[in-house]
Design a protein around this ligand. Structure first.
Ligand code: HEC
Ligand code: HEC
Ligand code: HEC
Ligand code: HEC
Length: 225
């Protein structure tokens, strides 16, 4: 009997794993699937620990001041703040959300209003008594750089080398260490049917919204191809 249960749990988890492995942005879900598989005491072949973690938008600011400055002025650069009570009152009333309520610890909202909520190394709900935990979470508030560009722990080291050595690079080198190619699917992680249900608005037009403003763009000088 015990065996039958553990096999069915295993099948269920592996089913989840296969489904998430095929998802457009597998990074974080893959991490979650690995954690689920691990906590069930299973160790499927070919499933590894997460390789990359999230460093926070401030780390990118060091070398990308203009992108950071312009991003911080957009709504995505302030997306966490709107979850605070009395913020964006009119919008919340329009959406039949409660303007007086504090949504900033509500996981139903955090997954789209922070960076990588629930993923290993992503945003988490901090313990208000623990300053260290609050600081770690704070750096991943809002829709940060890594929400679109992927977890930075490794590729920032390569960028550092590119900067210091003044060498040319091909972007594929960075894609191999966590930088993600941005497509419409990147945005659809949050601009989707679920968000339209919570706060109905215009349908998401990728080219239009991309042009509307994510951050200012700088010419790449060391990139080849
Ligand atoms: C599935 C992703 C997703 C979830 C979940 C989500 N949001 Fe949002 N939220 C968005 C997106 C995307 C926008 C921007 C819509 C647009 O501009 O097209 C947005 C916009 C908003 C705005 C508008 C702010 C403004 O600048 O006018 C408020 C307020 C808001 N969300 C609150 C919430 C609250 C509260 C929750 C939880 C109950 C929540 N959201 C859950 C994705 C999400
Ligand atoms: C992690 C979730 C997430 C991802 C990924 C995401 N967005 Fe957003 N986006 C939001 C939320 C949340 C808001 C609304 C924030 C608010 O109003 O406070 C928003 C707002 C916007 C806005 C309005 C900005 C402004 O200042 O008016 C644009 C434009 C936009 N998103 C475009 C995009 C595009 C293009 C992509 C993909 C390249 C993308 N977003 C990816 C969550 C996301
Ligand atoms: C909502 C998604 C999104 C967010 C958030 C975002 N970017 Fe981007 N970023 C893009 C897109 C789209 C491009 C255009 C290139 C492409 O299509 O791949 C881009 C391009 C870049 C480039 C290439 C040079 C340039 O200026 O175009 C750099 C550097 C960059 N982003 C850094 C950042 C930094 C730093 C942050 C955080 C402060 C950030 N990005 C936040 C979507 C995003
Ligand atoms: C130590 C400096 C440094 C840091 C920190 C840094 N970058 Fe960069 N980044 C660079 C350099 C150098 C380039 C190449 C610039 C060029 O070619 O002119 C670059 C290029 C990029 C590009 C363009 C890639 C391409 O060729 O399409 C993106 C996107 C990017 N960085 C995102 C980020 C994000 C997101 C972070 C934070 C997680 C970050 N960077 C942190 C130095 C840095």
């Amino acid at each position: 009997m015990k065996t039958a249960i553990s096999i069915s749990v295993g099948v269920l988890l592996i089913g989840t794993w296969v489904a998430v492995a095929a998802a457009p942005r597998p990074g974080g879900e893959r991490v979650a699937a690995v954690a689920a598989v691990r906590s069930a005491g299973l160790a499927p072949i070919g499933v590894e620990e997460p390789k990359y973690t999230y460093v926070g938008s401030k780390k990118c600011k060091m070398c990308h001041t203009d992108e950071h400055k312009s991003w911080a002025k957009t709504k995505m650069g302030q997306a966490f703040a709107v979850l605070q009570p009395d913020h964006s009152k009119e919008a919340k009333e329009r959406f039949k959300l409660d303007p007086a309520k504090d949504y900033s610890r509500d996981s139903a909202c955090l997954k789209c209003h922070t960076t990588a909520f629930g993923e290993a190394g992503g945003y988490f709900i901090p313990d208000p008594e623990d300053k260290k935990s609050a600081r770690a979470a704070k750096k991943l508030e809002h829709v940060g750089c890594e929400s679109c560009h992927g977890p930075g722990s490794e590729y920032i080291k390569v960028f550092m080398d590119i900067l210091m050595s003044k060498r040319k690079y091909k972007v594929e080198e960075l894609y191999a260490v966590g930088l993600e190619k941005i497509t419409e699917a990147t945005c659809a992680a949050c601009h989707n049917e679920e968000s339209m249900k919570i706060h109905p608005g215009e349908a998401f037009d990728y080219e239009k919204r991309k042009a509307e403003g994510i951050h200012d763009h700088q010419p790449m000088k060391q990139r080849e191809g």
